[in-house]
Design a protein around this ligand. Structure first.
Ligand code: NAI
Length: 300
């Protein structure tokens, strides 16, 4: 307990400036919740257009949160939005944005080499002792950290869930990041540096197993989903969830793990999943996967 409280004091004192790299779906959510919790945030992406889009989506999301939380207090709602937006800056240079950062959270596309080359850029300017964190869904943290060997003691995994402002969980594969996650109002679970951490390591093979069940003709998509909703108490069945997550994302993660662990039966590719992805049927995001989805993202 003593050790824990010491760590709490240390990390809560040391982090005030957070740089988030990648202003996509995840990065903009991470920037939003960090700015909302009072951190000075710099959000980085490749060009002005992507950054403008991210800032707009953060503003819209904040207005929604403020309206819901402060229903009868419109003045306070306005203030919450303006105070949070004032904590947010943008930059097109990762190296510049890392110069005064206490914590850098990387949320660029899931590509080992791209991430590694980014860490090398950050390493050239980030202060000594700056924490490096990756939001990776499936890559190993030690493998990512190989790009910057001197940063290994301050390098960890910090895995948020989509949509970031809504989902309560964060997985932290590095103790110093646990308290940061909790300071964002999230439930944080510590986990070891294993690919997929806890949730994706269980979830992605489960989704693929459900696709295999369908592939074998053991049950229909609808019946598999109904069975898991009513029999296991899940809010959404696995076939619908695979569509929701994106069939390309599911396949991409499984392909990566299969290449790395070719003998693990659970990671073997599924012909049906490969075929759907090849045909561009990626699930909710393309309007068609195992199911049909409308333009607002509701299952038809
Ligand atoms: P995304 O494609 O929405 O966003 C990635 C952003 O990174 C893009 O805006 C891109 O322009 C930017 N980017 C690429 N290279 C860059 C560079 N060198 N410097 C600055 N920005 C750069 O991707 P998404 O979904 O936000 O995923 C990001 C990371 O989070 C990935 O590692 C992914 O595995 C992980 N993740 C994704 C989840 C999801 O549900 N989408 C959930 C949890 C983690």
């Amino acid at each position: 307990l003593r050790q824990f409280s010491l760590q709490y004091t240390m990390s809560s004192r040391s982090i005030s400036k957070v740089t988030v790299i990648g202003a996509g779906l995840m990065g903009s959510g991470i920037a939003q919740v960090s700015a909302q919790s009072g951190y000075q945030v710099t959000l980085v992406d490749l060009n002005e257009q992507l950054l403008g889009k991210a800032v707009q989506s953060i503003q819209t999301s904040l207005e929604r949160v403020a309206k819901k939380q402060l229903k009868d207090r419109p003045e306070e709602a306005k203030q919450l939005v303006s105070k949070t937006m004032a904590n947010l800056a943008t930059s097109q240079s990762a190296a510049d944005a890392a110069k005064s950062a206490d914590l850098v959270v990387e949320a660029v596309v899931e590509n080992l080499e791209l991430k590694r080359s980014l860490y090398r850029q950050l390493d050239s300017t980030a202060p000594a002792g700056c924490l490096f964190a990756s939001n990776t869904s499936s890559l190993g943290i030690a493998e990512l950290a190989e790009a910057v060997p001197n940063r290994k003691p301050t390098f960890g995994g910090l895995h948020f869930f989509n949509p970031v402002p809504v989902m309560r969980l964060v997985e932290a594969a590095f103790n110093q990041l646990l308290e940061f996650s909790r300071s964002l109002g999230k439930s944080a679970v510590p986990c070891k540096d294993t690919p997929g951490f806890i949730v994706n390591r269980l979830l992605v093979p489960y989704l693929t197993e459900a696709v295999r069940m369908l592939e074998r003709g053991d049950a229909t998509a609808e019946d598999i989903d109904t069975a898991m909703r009513l029999g296991a108490g899940h809010p959404m069945g696995p076939i619908e969830l695979a569509d929701y997550v994106g069939l390309d994302t599911t396949k991409f993660i499984m392909d990566g793990w299969h290449a790395k662990f070719p003998n693990v039966e659970l990671f073997k590719p599924s012909d049906m999943l490969n075929k759907l992805v090849e045909e561009g049927r990626l699930g909710r995001k393309t309007g068609l996967g195992f199911y049909k989805w409308d333009s607002k993202g509701s299952k038809l």
